[in-house]
Ligand binder design. Structure first.
Ligand code: HAM
Length: 424
């Protein structure tokens, strides 16, 4: 029998990669906390109907990409392909709207889409996202875009392009859709099979087609911005005015559309340059979805949010200098000192010192090799003589020095040495 492997398009994170994930997630938490966001954690599995009713039945995600299965009973469940639908469900289920006028949530976690795996495109991927309920914008829209740009700078990503657009509200959309269909219909035969279908099911999606000829057709299509009602236009103008005032760089892209049906008004994407992202260069997508809460059974509630692909961000994030994850490695001269070694390790850890030890009773030579490889600055050698005299040998693995230290002085000595190293 062959060895088992992870599911295609789903990846393990291990070794040197893990600290990079942790660093990114920590920066995201810190940045969003500065703006008053709280974390929400929702289940990975939801009733399939939730996604059908929110993302849209004629989107690629719902038509082709969802992992849907029958539960043991007769419920149909789906691994979440994104986080917004779940957030709205939780917002309604817990009547959060009755407790807070404005709700600001963040989340990070795994999402699942059965796409064709490629560099930067996976079947299990991870998003860091945020949603705001109860604020119609446009100032909070600008604040959110500015927060994303600041977060990207926090993790060293500055080579980006922010694209913004407005899809307008319920009045703009039908007029624009009619104009778009009128423009596309005579060109139908020249479009790809998917787009021929989209003209009837979801014409806005034609603007997002990746086929070269269709892209040329899309580039000449009427622009939604010309169809905005005065109120929608004012909203979009004020978004831009606020971004200008904040000094947030952006470009208006009138043909920007996105792959989920729930968007209204403000729409944005952040493209990353560099990092070898190639075609999967959208590191962040988001927008306003003022109709979704009502569509899912709640009161009419304005909402906006975004999500960033963590794998894509990591491809662009600067490589940090590798940091050792322990400071002290303990070496027992013989198995007779293993009890003492275990105790010293515990005492150091209680004192906040990151400590490791090889407790398998290996030779001194093999333990020394592990100490060197561990990246620890200090090694402690404990032999029978040391146990009798209540001392340890403290080795500085960089300076190549050795000193005898009484057990009672050990913790302060280790701490002082490490603090000196850190201060350098
Ligand atoms: P989305 O554009 O579908 O939006 O996904 C957001 C981001 O997730 C993308 O820009 C990309 O970085 C990442 N992503 C998507 N699919 C994959 C994949 N297969 N592999 C790797 N990364 C991927 C949403 O999901 C919306 N829920 C965003 C939102 C929140 N809108 C309002 N609130």
């Amino acid at each position: 029998m062959g060895t088992l492997q992870a599911v295609k398009g789903m990846n393990d994170v291990l070794g040197e990669e893990t600290p990079r994930w942790q660093r990114l997630e920590a920066r995201f938490r810190e940045r969003t906390a500065l703006y008053g966001y709280e974390e929400v954690r929702t289940p990975i599995v939801e009733p399939t109907a939730l996604f059908l009713r929110s993302i849209g039945e004629t989107t690629d995600i719902v038509e082709k990409e969802m992992y849907t299965f029958a539960d043991k009973g007769d419920a149909t469940l789906t691994l979440r392909p994104e986080g917004t639908a779940s957030a709205v469900r939780a917002y309604l289920e817990h009547t959060v709207y009755a407790k807070q006028p404005v709700t600001k949530w963040t989340y990070t976690g795994a999402m699942f889409r059965r796409e064709r795996p490629a560099k930067g495109r996976y079947r299990q991927f991870h998003q860091a996202g945020a949603e705001v309920y109860g604020d119609p914008g446009p100032y909070v829209d600008a604040e959110m875009i500015d927060m994303i740009v600041a977060f990207l700078a926090d993790i060293g990503i500055r080579d980006i392009e922010v694209l913004v657009n407005s899809l307008g509200g319920p009045e703009t959309r039908p007029a624009y859709t009619t104009a778009l269909v009128a423009y596309l219909s005579p060109l139908r035969a020249s479009l790809c099979g998917d787009c021929q279908r989209r003209i009837d099911t979801n014409p806005l999606r034609v603007l997002d087609c990746k086929v070269e000829h269709d892209r040329a057709v899309a580039a000449q299509a009427p622009s939604v911005v010309e169809f905005l009602t005065p109120a929608d236009k004012e909203h979009f103008d004020n978004l831009q005015r606020t971004l200008d005032a904040l000094g947030t760089p952006y470009r208006v892209e009138p043909r920007l559309v996105r792959g989920l049906d729930y968007y209204t008004r403000t729409l944005f994407e952040v493209k990353g340059r560099g990092g070898g992202l190639g075609a999967q260069d959208t590191v962040c997508g988001g927008g306003r979805y003022d109709g979704l809460v009502e569509q899912l059974g709640g009161q009419s509630t304005p909402a906006i949010g975004f999500a960033m692909g963590i794998e894509r961000l990591l491809m662009m994030m600067e490589q940090p200098v590798a940091q050792p994850n322990i400071d002290v490695f303990i070496i027992a001269a013989s198995p007779a000192e293993l009890v003492e070694a275990t105790k010293i390790a515990r005492d150091l850890r209680q004192g906040g010192v990151r400590t490791d030890a090889d407790l398998r009773g290996q030779s001194m030579k093999s333990q020394m090799r592990r100490a060197d490889k561990s990246g620890a600055r200090l090694a402690l050698v404990v032999g029978s003589d040391e146990v009798t005299r209540s001392v340890v040998q403290l080795k500085d693995l960089i300076e190549k020095t050795q000193t005898e230290v009484p057990r009672a002085d050990l913790l302060p000595r280790v701490r002082a040495t490490l603090a000196l190293v850190e201060a350098k």
